[in-house]
Design a protein around this ligand. Structure first.
Ligand code: SF4
Ligand code: SF4
Length: 204
């Protein structure tokens, strides 16, 4: 078995290259959900070099990719990197192998939510969930409802109350949700997404 170590101050992951029977399965699932070919990553570190949030991440983006290649799904789904990623696509635009790293991070968030894996950054996890639910329901983000859900979920109901009220009086936060006119189209998008989810469940 070959053991390598990727080192960076504060971050070390064991590069265990001894593949086990589960390695392919997790890699295939993430490839399918993200529509990427993660095996193409040659670990040039370009993605981490350009990432504006890398200094706060417990693993660099390519280290997360390495965990996927190694089939270490649980480790990949438990790191804070996938929740700190804001999907800015800086990494995706710079990858010499055209891997859309932001799409990989998004796929990992979906898988973590599906598997009920607790995020190390629970506030970001909740924020992601409420925004997703608002868009699924209305086709638009209802900021006020998402904010209230977030406050209740995090137990910090009255923090930022003053600025929230100011935003409402200045018309920055709408009280009633805006809804897309074409509900059928919205339902088709989410049905398509559910079908994709079922198809990646079939990989297991
Ligand atoms: S930039 Fe692309 S090839 Fe380089 S480490 Fe990141 S994902 Fe891998
Ligand atoms: S998309 Fe995510 S991982 Fe990529 S550069 Fe932006 S924040 Fe970093």
């Amino acid at each position: 078995m070959n053991d390598h170590h990727m080192t960076d101050p504060g971050r070390t992951i064991e590069m265990d290259l001894g593949a086990d029977g589960h390695t392919d399965r997790f890699l295939k699932i993430v490839n399918h959900v993200s529509r990427q070919n993660i095996s193409m990553c040659w670990h040039c570190w370009t993605c981490g070099g350009g990432c504006p949030f890398s200094q706060h991440m417990d693993l660099l983006p390519n280290q997360v990719i390495r965990l996927i290649q190694m089939g270490r799904g649980e480790d990949a789904l438990r790191c804070n990197t996938i929740w700190l990623c804001v999907g800015c696509h800086t990494c995706s635009s710079q990858c010499p192998n055209s891997i859309d790293v932001a799409a990989v991070m998004d796929a990992l968030r979906q898988l973590a939510i599906r598997d009920g894996i607790t995020a190390p950054e629970m506030d970001i996890f909740r924020f992601h969930k409420y925004i997703y639910e608002s868009i699924e329901r209305h086709g638009r983000l209802n900021k006020l409802a998402a904010m209230v859900q977030f406050k209740v979920g995090s137990g910090r109901l009255f923090s930022d109350l003053q600025s929230g009220l100011k935003m409402i009086t200045r018309g920055k936060l709408e009280i009633l949700p805006q809804k897309v006119a074409d509900r059928d189209e919205l339902n088709r998008i989410f049905t398509h997404y559910d079908r994709r989810r079922r198809s990646f469940d079939a990989h297991e």
